[in-house]
Every structure is written in structure tokens, then in C-alpha cells.
Design a protein around this ligand. Sequence first.
Ligand code: AMP
Length: 219
Amino acid sequence: MNIILFGAPGSGKGSQASRIEEVYGIPNVSTGNLFREHVKNKTELGKQVEEIMNRGELVSNAIVLAMVKERISQPDCKNGFMLDGFPRTIAQAEGLMAMTKIDLVIFIECPFIEIERRLTTRRLCPTCSEIYSTISYFKPTCAKCGSTLYQRDDDKVTVVRKRLNVYQTESEPLIDFYSKQKKMVRVISQDSADETFKLVKKEIDKFLSSQRKEKKAKK
Ligand code: AMP
């Protein structure tokens, strides 16, 4: 099963991805995480993309497509994978179509005002990746491992607005693209990630059951 998790930055795709990974056993391919890993390791690619990411702009389609192609050809993606943060443009979606088949696109809908609130108050642990919000957690250090929390450069308010603007212009056309292919289902982001996951799981199970019925009918 090849899934795309679609939605604006900050709509909660990452939290859903880790839950899907756990329940359905398919690896999460997050292009944002892959780029951040390159930046952290100071690779050539990392140096190329760091500034672009800090400005909240998109990395070129060619670079992203090459990175995704390499990643999904790894053995752990053989029985399916989920894409988080990719595709973000029509050109990327077309490039992906030439690479592999997509079964289901889950669109996580969240109002922009809520996204801005979530992202600008988000703090992360550099050691164990735990996520906090300054609205509900007031300490500067991680409750799990004690490391000093940090704010992602692209979670600053001006960059968040830029990212949402880029999403509206570049990524929203994908809603129409995948709806026309009848691959997209919509899930409204709830207050808690666990509540949202109940809805996401329902959609995935519905898809899997329809696939099983199709297979039976063909026999
Ligand atoms: P994310 O964590 O998914 O919000 O990604 C962080 C940043 O990585 C984005 O703001 C872009 O600069 C870059 N990036 C991630 N995925 C893509 C993509 N599919 N296309 C272009 N740039 C991307």
C-alpha cells in the first residue's frame, strides 16, 4: 500500500505518519526530515537546501524527485510506503506517477489560523525528537531526556506565513489533481492527534477492505 499524506505544513501529517507506521508497518518517507538530516550532517545537498528551507521556500522539483526515487527504491519500501510532505507541486506529482503507483491520498485539513498557532508555539527536543507546545509546556528542557528544547528556524511566524503562502500557490492545485483521479479522502484535523488518527485509520481500513473485495471478485 503506497500512501500520500497531504496537507499544509503544520496540519499534523508527521504525527499521523508515526501512528500509521506503527499500526500498518509501512515506512514513513518524509522529504522534510530527509532534508533536515542532510543539513544536520552538512552534506553537499544539505548545504544547497539549508537557506531555501530557512526561507520557507521549496527545494527544486528535480532535487526532490531524485531524492524520493532513491529512497523508495530501498528494500524497506518494497511492500509499501507513505509519503509525508511530498508531492508538493503538480510537477512532483507527475514525476511520482512515472515512478510508482499511488493507492491512497489522505488530505488532512486544518484551518490556517490553527496551523499558525501550532507551528509558532512548537518546540522540539534535539535528542529524542519529542514535540512540545509552549501553550501547555513551560519548561525549556525535555521532560523525557532533559535536553534543551529548540524552535525550528522555519517555525518563526514570518516563515510560517511564507510556507502557508507557498502551500496555497504550489500545493493546493494537487487537491484537484488527486480528486479527479478519485484517490483522495479528506480527514478533518482534530484537537488531538489520537482523535485524528481514529479518522485516518477508518479511511485506510475502508481502502484495504475495498481492495480485498476487489481481489475476491477477480478470483
Ligand atoms: P516540511 O518539514 O515537510 O515542512 O519541509 C521542510 C522544508 O523542506 C520545506 O519548507 C521545503 O523547503 C523543503 N521540502 C520538503 N519537502 C519538499 C518538497 N516535496 N518539495 C520542495 N521542498 C520540500
